[in-house]
Structure formats: structure tokens, C-alpha cells
Design a protein around this ligand. Structure first.
Ligand code: PEP
Length: 251
């Protein structure tokens, strides 16, 4: 049975108080699509204001530190995000894996720390263009999953995986339908190997240049259970049609 789709926006380092109206508009519009779960992952400092502005709508963070607390200047723990009103966080985004040199082990520790406090997780994986062209995409993403999937899942918080080919992020390029299908099937089989039947319920999102014009085609691919959307999530006018496309596929 198809899983309920999740369409999550990643605002990256965008968002000021003046943008709360945009968040309100997205939250209000998303109520017209109850067949789709919608979330916005905003900068940590905006979480509290955003979650107060749109009660009941899922606001998330974009990263956490793996430790519960301690001497980690400038970092934010999973519990702090939860305390500020977040219900989820992205971990392991390729921009952090690259710029902050985050390892699979670190991403795994972050995911486990979030799930332990009841924060839902979107764990990102994805290959570079070089790897894709050399034919190593499935193996590379498989290795990332081996290293970064949490040891166990719990009933209190949900894990989702976002397959985000690095070369498709913010570039307007996307893999073919066959390439996305092959990758998502491979991720699904790894999830089932790791978590048994529960692995069939873990949502697998596609991310990388999703927009209104390609969303319907992407959402129709088997084992694409939603999307992680960057640039096109910043404005309701761009994001809401993507939510509508997910709802249309749900039927
Ligand atoms: C992202 O960074 O998670 C992303 C998918 O970005 P974009 O949609 O802008 O490619």
C-alpha cells in the first residue's frame, strides 16, 4: 500500500520575521490537502516564532548536534529544537556533509539523538555527479545508508530518508524517472533488510530541483513517498502547487 506523502521544505539560510506571513500562507493552504503531510524546516532561530505563528503545522530544523548537551559552542541539541516547537529535523544534508565534513557516523548519531527525544528525522543521502557518471550511485548511497541509518526505530518518532543527488540540488537538473525509481527501490530494499517489515513504512523522499512542473511525474514513481524541496519551498506560490501535485497522485 502506498504511504502517505510527505512534502517538506528546506529553507536553508533563508527566513526572517518578515517571512512568517509566507509560512502562514503555506500552512493555511496545506489544510486543503489533508492527504499529504507538509512540513517546513526553517533556520533554528526562526523555529519558535514559526511554530507559534502556525500552531499544529509541522515546523522543523535543518540540523542538530548529536550530543544531549555540553560544551559545543554555537550548536543546538535535538531537545532544544523540540523545546522551541519543532517536530522534526533534517540530518545529513549534503551541504553539511560537504561544508562541515559530516561523516556517516556523525549523521547516524544525530538521527539517533533526534529519534530518542521524539523528533522526527529526515535523513539525507545522495551521490555526486562524478559518482553518478562512473556508475557508482546505488553503491555509494547504499554505503551512506549502512553508515548513517539509526540502529533501531521507535514508535514515538518517525524516520524518513531523502534521496538527494548532490548534482540535482539547486541546479535545475534531475535524474531520469528510471534513475529515481532504481535508487528508491534500492533504498527500500536496504530499509527492509535493516528494519524488517517496518522498513516498508519508512517514507523515502526525493529531493533536488523539485518544482511544480516536474512534481507530478516524480510523485508517480514507485517508492517516492514525497519530496524534500529547497528553493521552491520559499514562496507559497511555488510550494503549494507541489503539495497539490502530491495530493493528486494520492487520488
Ligand atoms: C535541498 O537542498 O534539500 C534541495 C532539494 O534543494 P532544491 O530543491 O533547491 O534543489
Amino acid at each position: 500500500m502506498a504511504l502517505k506523502k510527505l512534502v517538506a521544505g528546506n529553507w536553508k539560510m533563508h527566513g526572517l520575521s518578515a517571512d512568517l506571513d509566507e509560512i502562514r500562507e503555506i500552512a493555511t493552504a496545506s489544510r486543503d490537502y489533508p492527504a499529504v503531510d507538509v512540513a517546513l524546516c526553517v533556520p533554528a532561530i526562526l523555529i519558535e516564532r514559526a511554530s507559534r505563528a502556525v500552531p499544529g503545522f509541522a515546523i522543523g530544523g535543518q540540523d542538530i548536534h548529536h550530543a544531549e548537551k555540553g560544551a559545543h559552542t554555537g550548536c543546538t541539541s535535538a531537545l532544544m529544537l523540540l523545546d522551541a516547537g519543532a517536530s522534526l529535523s533534517i540530518v545529513g544534508h549534503s551541504e553539511r556533509r560537504e561544508a562541515q565534513r559530516e561523516s556517516d557516523a556523525e549523521v547516524k548519531a544525530k538521527a539517533q539523538s533526534a529519534l530518542a527525544v521524539g523528533l522526527n528525522v529526515i535523513l539525507c543521502v545522495g551521490e555526486s555527479l562524478e559518482v553518478r557518471e562512473a556508475g557508482g550511485a546505488v553503491a555509494t548511497v547504499g554505503a551512506q545508508l549502512n553508515g548513517s541509518l539509526p540502529d533501531s526505530l521507535n514508535a514515538e518518532a518517525e524516520l524518513a530518508i531523502a534521496y538527494e543527488p548532490i548534482w540535482a540540488i539547486g541546479t535545475g537538473k534531475i535524474p531520469t524517472v528510471a534513475e529515481i525509481g532504481e535508487m528508491h527501490a534500492s533504498i527500500r530494499s536496504r530499509l527492509v533488510d535493516r528494519y524488517g517489515a517496518y522498513g516498508s513504512n519508512v517514507r523515502i523522499l526525493y529531493g533536488g530541483s523539485v518544482k511544480a512542473s516536474n512534481a507530478a511525474e516524480i510523485f508517480a514513481i514507485a517508492d517516492v513517498d514525497g519530496a524534500l524541496v529547497g528553493g521552491a519551498s520559499l514562496k507559497a506560490a511555488d510550494f503549494v502547487p507541489i503539495i497539490a501535485a502530491a495530493a493528486a497522485v494520492e487520488g
